[in-house]
Design a protein around this ligand. Structure first.
Ligand code: PGA
Length: 254
């Protein structure tokens, strides 16, 4: 039985006051962490403020980090710095970072190793673009991402990993993959993990869907067998909506 995980990805949104308003409401309203993992991945500037105020049932994540322990990397943030703040999750390889900030499969791989070294739980993003989808290349692209991104990781590490399947054509576009397409691709990811590691690992790894998830479509997405949660951008900025979407995951544990 995989525990559902709902994570908000705030991207470059929310000042400190806005983050505080959000967390005071959400802390009280999210369900028990024994049933669902609720995570907010926030900008670096508000991580400490959120960690200090997180309630029993909310966890905080970053949206990126560097793969080195320390060094002359102007503007970057390291895994030990995140640990030091009390952050527990980190998104690695989001498609916006791959497309706009030179993130490659190789740097994603180094960052995953680094996250595990510092006991941060990585949320690894994979997914195809519209061109890949239209040319039937989805499985090939995702297989390549998984092989390169997970290279050298142990079965134990991959069992603890969260993978977010985010078709690039569905991110911020209002165009969601149908629940069937999302489930089919998540099933393919699980099968590939089974081939790369073991059946046991593939049954343990949690796979989220991400891309225009909203209050009105989350239930049917989470009803799918291979979708264990959601990575939510735009709709996670609203505290009430975030809580509604976390509560939708309770249906999976009934
Ligand atoms: P979206 O973003 O929900 O706004 O489409 C998802 C993401 O980029 O993680």
């Amino acid at each position: 039985m995989r525990k559902p995980i709902i994570a908000g990805n705030w991207k470059m949104y929310k000042t400190r006051d806005e983050a505080l308003q959000f967390i005071y409401y959400v802390n009280e309203a999210v369900p028990s962490k024994d049933l669902v993992d609720s995570v907010i991945c926030a900008p670096f500037t508000v991580l400490r403020c959120l960690v200090k105020r997180q309630g029993e049932n909310l966890r905080i994540g970053a949206q990126n980090m560097h793969y080195a322990d320390e060094g002359a990397y102007t503007g970057e943030i390291s895994a030990p710095m995140l640990r030091d703040l009390g952050v527990e999750y980190v998104i690695i390889g989001h498609s916006e970072r791959r497309a706009m900030f030179n993130e490659t499969n190789e740097t994603v791989n180094k960052k995953l190793h680094q996250a595990f070294k510092y006991e941060l739980t990585p949320i690894l993003c994979v997914g195809e673009d519209l061109h890949n989808r239209e040319n039937n290349e989805t499985e090939c692209v995702i297989k390549e991402q998984l092989h390169l991104n997970l290279s050298g990781l142990s079965s134990e590490q991959v069992s603890q990993l969260v993978i977010a399947y985010e078709p690039i054509w569905a991110i911020g576009t209002g165009r969601t993959a149908t629940p069937e397409i999302a489930n089919e691709t998540c099933a393919f990811i699980r099968k590939t993990i089974g081939e790369m590691f073991s059946e046991e690992v593939s049954q343990k790894v949690r796979i989220q869907y991400g891309g225009s998830v909203k209050v009105n479509n989350i239930e049917e997405l989470l009803a799918q067998e291979h979708i264990d949660g959601a990575l939510i951008g735009g709709a996670s900025l609203n505290a009430q909506d975030f809580v509604t979407m976390v509560k939708a995951a309770l249906n999976k544990v009934k």
